[in-house]
Design a protein around this ligand. Structure first.
Ligand code: NAP
Length: 316
């Protein structure tokens, strides 16, 4: 009997072709929506492997429903959607897709920072809607990026790649982690100092019990009036209602968000009513090359698990 692999969202043929030779691959057929919860629970009953998306909640209910399960391979570097304690309890390996998405996510972080600072989306809309009446001395003015201070909260793989880009813009770079690192041209700052002195606060930590709600009203109040908050990590790290208030009251100047507490962000979310927020639909790693490389890591991990080889990128 071939091991059963359930994939919770439709993936390109080339990503699954090799697996299909040796495994019984079952794949949710829709590209735009992940398998509903009931389908995940139903497939879990027989599956030996689950190939999951960051939108799938893989909790103890899933592990309890899955007596044959050996591995959960998650198409993301973040794995806050998976209950690692439950995985451990059930002896299930969990893998993620680090490194291959570092550069593309750093590119998107910088794109979002620039778009927020220079009001790119708002300006583009003005052109298309006919609101562009004439060149005006202070029209569509944004904030300087070159020479500004960048504060990175979570100086890991992606943080470092963002810092490399920032050096090219002549930025002064601060970072905050739980552990200090020995890095050139960047300076460690305490959390409060980073918030108070940065022109751009970029969040790049994982979502954990410790980082959940890490940026709330108190932290936003410490930021400069001219500062922007850029979140490409996970929505739950920022208190969205506190951010809404801070932006509305012009306590801070702008925000760029690729991630939200609830995704897709509800269309009537207060944040979407503000012009000084640039919003994206969680596309940090979304380049063709990166996504295919991430999928290749998932397939490789699943194969290694069943071939009794060492499994790379294990998080549990
Ligand atoms: P990483 O290499 O593990 O870096 C994470 C950094 O966060 C580490 O340097 C870690 O340092 C720091 N950190 C962890 N907990 C912290 C805390 N409580 N306070 C301060 N710093 C803390 O991860 P990565 O590959 O750069 O990815 C970072 C995150 O980005 C992922 O977890 C994922 O959620 C998100 N992401 C989003 C997208 C997207 O599409 N928007 C794409 C890729 C990744 P210490 O352990 O020393 O604190």
């Amino acid at each position: 009997m071939k091991p059963i692999v359930f994939i919770t969202q439709k993936l390109p043929d080339q990503a699954v072709a090799e697996l299909e030779e040796q495994y019984e691959v079952r794949m949710w057929p829709e590209e735009n929506t992940p398998a509903p919860r009931e389908k995940l629970l139903e497939e879990a009953k027989e599956a030996h492997a689950l190939w999951t998306m960051l939108s799938d909640r893989v909790d103890s209910e899933v592990f309890e429903a899955a007596p044959n399960l050996k591995i959960v391979s998650n198409l993301a570097v973040g794995y806050n959607n998976i209950d690692l304690e439950a995985a451990h309890k059930h002896g299930v390996t969990v893998t993620n897709t680090p490194d291959v998405l570092t550069e593309s996510t750093a590119d998107l972080t910088f794109a979002l920072l620039l778009a927020t600072a220079r009001r790119v989306i708002e300006a583009e809309k003005a052109v298309r809607s006919g609101d562009w009446q004439s060149w005006t001395p202070m029209g569509m003015t944004g904030q300087n990026v070159g020479g500004a201070t960048l504060g990175i909260i979570g100086m890991g793989r992606i943080g470092e790649a963002v810092a490399r880009r920032a050096k090219g813009f002549g930025m002064d770079i601060l970072y905050h982690n739980r552990t200090r690192r020995n890095l050139e041209d960047v300076r460690y700052a305490e959390f409060e100092e980073l918030l108070k002195t940065s022109d751009y606060v970029v969040i790049l930590t994982p979502l954990t019990p410790e980082t959940k709600g890490m940026i709330g009203a108190k932290e936003l109040a410490m930021m400069k009036e001219s500062a922007c908050l850029i979140n490409v990590a996970r929505g739950g790290i920022v208190d969205e209602m506190a951010l809404y208030e801070a932006l509305k009251e012009k306590q801070i100047w702008g925000a760029g968000l690729d991630v939200f507490e609830q995704e897709p962000v509800p269309i009537d979310h207060p944040l979407l009513t503000l012009p000084n927020v640039t919003v994206l639909p969680h596309i940090g790693s979304a380049t063709v090359q990166t996504r295919l490389e991430m999928m290749a890591l998932n397939a490789e991990a699943i194969k290694a698990c069943f071939e009794n080889k060492s499994v790379k990128n294990r998080v549990c």
